[in-house]
Design a protein around this ligand. Structure first.
Ligand SMILES: [Zn+2]
Length: 327
């Protein structure tokens, strides 16, 4: 059923989401950047780049962009509000913690599950910090091949915040690993599988593994399209067309995990991401990937399912969840 969704400019109805990119970034700032007096961050050029990118994808038919940046990577609600205002794109930002090896702030490593959930719920219902700008999605993240104790606690807090608010969860998996384990943590907490999208699954070309996540009822993100440091688009295309042939179109969402501004030096494998940024790449999926998907025989209805219907369904609550919230 139609559900209210918080954008940075206020609530819209899920029916208004339209073509949605479920995992993109307008700006990423490595934790600690503000402590470096020599950092080269220039807010004006960052805003210009983000606004240009958003205007370009809007012209290509995109109505909504979700930026599920975890709170430790320079989340900046006012920046996003300004970009939304100037571009006319609905922008949704998140609450949630990064994985431990990257940007989970030490403060949250010593909080209990319920203390963390309380912060998430505040971000979703009252607004982030004192901005009054509400998060509209919950982010979870884990490292490679292992879910640490602190990451597990953050995922359970994400689940509790989702249960309390009806807001969906999207995740970061590192190199596509631990997707089933992430899903099981959310489902064990009682989250409906339709409210969960396990992210960065297109790192993997392991069809049975990807099917096992979707058979739990969760969605998966083919959400790093164009990021060559993770996987080639050729293998993504091959894996995706296989999954579509198996009948999983209604559980796959497409996006790019692209960012148009990274504050601070390149991080690890993201060196290439910084280089690719110069290509104005939030439009990559439309220029380079969808035409090839069509050539491979995937019809427009299927593409619409992945880019419009599936994101909408992720945000929408069933009658049962809606009924519960009136108790
Ligand atoms: Zn991301």
């Amino acid at each position: 059923m139609e559900t209210a969704v918080n954008t940075v400019l206020g609530p819209i109805s899920s029916g208004e989401l339209g073509v949605t990119l479920i995992h993109e970034h307008l700006k990423v700032a490595w934790l600690g950047w503000a402590m470096d007096p020599f950092n080269t961050y220039d807010v004006k050029s960052a805003l210009k780049s983000a606004i240009d990118n958003m205007k370009e994808v809007k012209a290509l038919g995109v109505s909504t962009v979700v930026d599920p940046l975890p709170m430790g990577l320079g989340r900046d609600p006012d920046f996003h509000a300004e970009v939304a205002q100037a571009s006319g794109v609905n922008i949704i930002i998140s609450t949630g913690l990064d994985h431990e090896a990257r940007a989970m702030p030490p403060y949250f490593r010593v909080r209990t599950t319920d203390e963390i959930a309380k912060v998430f719920i505040h971000d979703l219902q009252e607004g982030i910090g004192h901005t009054g700008i509400k998060a509209g999605i919950i982010k979870g993240a884990t490292g490679e091949g292992l879910i640490t104790k602190n990451e597990g606690r953050a995922l359970r807090a994400a689940a509790r915040a989702s249960l309390a608010t009806g807001v969906p969860i999207v995740t970061h998996t590192t190199r596509g690993t631990m997707g089933v384990e992430q899903a099981q943590i959310f489902l064990n907490e009682g989250v409906a599988p339709r409210k969960v999208m396990i992210g960065h699954c297109c790192f993997s070309t392991d069809t049975p593994y990807l099917v096992s996540i979707m058979d739990l009822g969760c969605s998966i993100g083919f959400d790093q399209i164009g990021l060559r440091h993770a996987q080639s688009d050729e293998f993504r295309l091959a894996t995706l067309t296989g999954l579509l042939a198996l009948g999983y179109a209604d559980r796959i969402l497409l996006s790019q995990d692209h960012t148009c501004c990274i504050v601070g030096a390149a991080y690890d494998r993201l060196t290439e991401q910084v280089e690719l940024m110069k290509e104005n790449r939030h439009s990559h999926i439309f220029r380079k990937f969808l035409p090839r998907l069509s050539q491979a025989g995937v019809d427009d209805v299927t593409i619409q399912t992945m880019m419009v219907d599936n994101p909408r369904r992720l945000f929408e609550n069933s009658e049962k969840v809606e009924g519960r919230s009136h108790e």
